[in-house]
Design a protein around this ligand. Structure first.
Ligand SMILES: O=C(O)C1=C[C@@H](OP(=O)(O)O)[C@@H](O)[C@H](O)C1
Ligand SMILES: C=C(OP(=O)(O)O)C(=O)O
Length: 445
């Protein structure tokens, strides 16, 4: 998909209260990783609940280019016949990750310590995103960057070493993608690879490493951080993966239900991994009526059903150290903040500038289009919040699925409709978004 293709705009209007029970698709982070672990395991990995969004389908295609057999056996049901750690085939064509930072950066780690050459590429959005954050630690293992675009941008060609050396790396950015790239590279290096993060980020890679039989130890580090030690060159053992519903997708119906008066919506089976629940914590602090029902553990992840009712929200101060646990949810939190009484200050949002779009700028432009007062001070976004938002504008989505979905949610509660200029990229993470939201009563046309 490219920005030059015909755009598919959509308008969202205020209507009746939202009601019903829905299940959102599988978690994107776990889906990418499940396919990659399948590739790195000899034998058959069966995955259920896989997110069949474009980002993940690109990862599946790349796994095939590297030698795996990847087959869909039913809705969300996939089978991967892998080649094992050390067994990757050199790809004959460039690897195209489309819009997906996760697919690209994690696969740099997967491939990095194999003695093969590979070229990484993506769409116009991904070509703007920084890749040195993954390449810097990979070079310490002995990976050579053969070609790269300006400032370490895609397209990038790397050559893996014959004999990789293990690495101890303290990541300068709070990024699960960087942490995961290092750990995945460490799989094919002898000895112990260590990653230190000063802010804990989502831990799906660590969990999946132990699920597939690798020796991995996680210990606390400082006030909010962790140290992860991985023993390299394990023989991973095929294990089934059940992908829980994505909390980052659930965020949209949850905020929609909270801001549309009288709503009563239940989202079932949502992953409640504590490193992913910052939005729920924040919405509850704002006064959102969210009930956590049927809390349970399935396939090693906490999950629950979330019942959300139309709520009176109050502005809050969101601390910077919460950012990793809700990093993709700030655009839709800004929408909730627009309907709160009093200011909401979201601190430490510098990472939002390097997502599918510059999300800080895109959110600010969207709020401006909706007539919502806000300011950016350094890395903080402050949304004024006076309980209502006029709406009536068009939002540029900049090839960014989360910007599109956030402002469609906003239009369900603004006085005038909200239009987003392009919905095409919603298919990267939440292909059924429009249909599921319409099922709850959303007026999108
Ligand atoms: O590891 C992952 O699956 C992800 C990590 C986050 O990115 P960063 O590591 O760049 O913060 C997040 O924004 C992305 O959607 C998924
Ligand atoms: C940032 C995101 O994904 P990625 O980095 O994989 O493109 C996202 O889904 O919001």
């Amino acid at each position: 998909m490219s920005a030059s293709e015909t755009k598919t705009p959509l308008t969202s209007r205020r209507g009746a209260a939202l009601a019903g029970t829905i299940t959102v698709p599988g978690d994107k982070s776990i889906s990418h990783r499940a396919l990659m672990f399948g590739l790195l395991t000899v034998g058959e990995t069966r995955i259920t609940g896989l997110l069949e969004g474009e980002d993940v389908l690109n990862t599946a295609k790349v796994c095939r280019q590297l030698g795996a057999t990847v087959e869909r056996t039913g809705p969300g049901a996939w089978r991967v016949q892998g080649v094992g750690v050390g067994g990757l085939k050199e790809p004959t064509e460039p690897l195209d990750f489309g819009n997906a930072g996760t697919g690209c950066r994690l696969m740099m780690g997967v491939i990095g310590c194999h003695p093969i050459r590979a070229t990484f590429d993506g769409d116009a959005s991904l070509r703007k995103r920084p890749m040195r954050r993954a390449l810097d630690p990979l070079e310490l293992f002995g990976v050579r960057v053969v070609e790269q675009g300006e400032g370490g941008r895609l397209p990038i060609t790397i050559q893996g070493p014959k004999d990789a050396v293990p690495v101890t790396y303290e990541s300068p950015v709070a990024s699960a993608q960087v942490k995961s790239a290092v750990l995945l590279a460490g799989l094919n290096a002898p000895g112990i690879t260590t990653v230190i993060e000063t802010e804990a980020t989502r831990d799906h890679t660590e969990r999946m490493l132990s699920h597939f039989g690798a020796e991995v130890t996680v210990t606390p580090h400082g006030a909010h951080g962790r140290r992860i030690d991985l023993v390299g060159q394990p023989e991973l053992k095929a294990a089934p993966v059940v992908v829980p519903a994505d909390p980052s997708s659930a965020a949209f119906p949850i905020v929609a239900a909270a801001i549309v008066p009288g709503s009563d919506v239940t989202v079932t089976g949502v992953m409640m991994n504590p490193l992913r629940t910052g939005l729920i914590t924040t919405l509850i602090e704002m006064g959102a009526e969210i009930e956590v029902l049927n809390a349970r553990v399935e396939s090693g992840e906490d999950i629950a059903d979330l019942r959300v009712r139309g709520s009176r929200l109050t502005g809050v101060d969101v601390p910077a150290h919460r950012a990793p646990s809700m990093i993709d949810e700030y655009p839709v939190l800004a929408v909730a903040a627009a309907f709160a009484e009093g200011p909401t200050r979201m601190r430490g949002l510098h990472e939002l500038r390097v997502k599918e779009s510059d999300r800080l700028a895109a959110v600010a432009a969207g709020l401006a289009a909706a007539g919502v007062a806000h300011t950016i001070e350094g890395d903080d976004l402050i949304v004024a919040g006076d309980g209502r938002a006029p709406g009536g504008g068009t939002v540029e989505t900049h090839m960014d699925h989360r910007i599109a979905m956030s402002f469609l949610v906003m239009g369900l509660a603004t006085a005038q409709p909200m239009r987003v200029d392009d919905t095409a990229f919603i298919a990267t993470s939440f292909p059924d978004f429009v249909g599921l939201m319409r099922g709850l009563g959303a007026d999108f046309s």
